[in-house]
Design a protein around this ligand. Structure first.
Ligand code: DC
Length: 223
């Protein structure tokens, strides 16, 4: 089974999906981390965006559970980019440049579909989160969920993440940045964020993490 989860920045997708995957014994695919890691590669190798897709074709993305935290590697276990890809600068490059690029999206979508095929061949279910999981990458997914929350709640959650990383920012800055990213995500020509056909909308604004996990499990179990 494939569970396709979409939603805006800070809707809690990654935290929730990672724990739901653990609870149900599913593999978790964090597609946003692939877009972020692509921004890291662009910056790190000082590439022009037109040359990024060539580099990405050869890149192997690997995820591993590191004591409850998802570690992200590029080139097998070669380079651990976990911390590098969560900075405000990488978020900005990802949303303004990487996520809009058709060639990059084609490569990442193919890699995501390949992950699903490999797991399906082994009889393992997959939960994948992002912006276009239910609309583009897995349009035939048995279960589609759209996770949402109010901009203020999402900004507060992001602020906590940044504070945990020791980054110096304010609620106002995070909220402003989030609204810009929502705008980028929903208005881009290529695979904009939207509620997929057949998706169940789960609003986590007033839910704790545990309640959100349970709400997701309830939807998945009903399919
Ligand atoms: O979910 P996230 O914040 O880690 O996503 C990072 C960026 O990548 C964000 O700008 C949206 C973009 N993205 C996308 O365009 N398509 C996806 N499937 C996942 C993320």
């Amino acid at each position: 089974m494939v569970v396709a989860v979409d939603g805006p920045v800070g809707s809690g997708k990654s935290s929730i999906c990672k724990l739901v995957a653990k609870e149900l014994g599913f593999v978790y695919l964090d597609s946003g981390a692939m877009y972020r890691a692509s921004a890291y590669i662009l910056q790190h190798l000082n590439l022009h965006i037109d040359n990024l897709s060539g580099a990405l074709e050869k890149t192997v993305f690997t995820f591993s559970d590191n004591g409850g935290r998802l570690s992200v590697f590029i080139d097998g276990k070669g380079v651990d980019v976990t911390d590098h890809i969560r900075t405000p600068e990488i978020s900005e490059i990802t949303s303004s440049l990487i996520a809009k690029n058709t060639a990059v999206r084609e490569i990442l979508v193919a890699k995501q579909q390949e992950v699903a095929r490999m797991n399906e061949a082994e009889g393992v279910s997959l939960i994948a989160d992002g912006r276009d999981m239910g609309t583009k990458v897995f349009p035939d997914a048995q279960c589609k969920i759209y996770l949402d929350a109010s901009p203020e709640v999402r900004a507060q959650r992001r602020l906590k993440d940044y504070q945990r990383q020791g980054l110096d920012t304010t609620f106002e800055q995070v909220l402003k940045n989030l609204i810009t990213r929502d705008h980028d995500d929903t208005t881009r020509v290529e695979s904009p964020l939207m509620v997929a056909n057949g998706a169940v909308v789960v609003d986590t604004s007033n839910m704790t993490l545990e309640e959100s996990i349970q709400a997701m499990i309830d939807v998945i179990s009903s399919k």
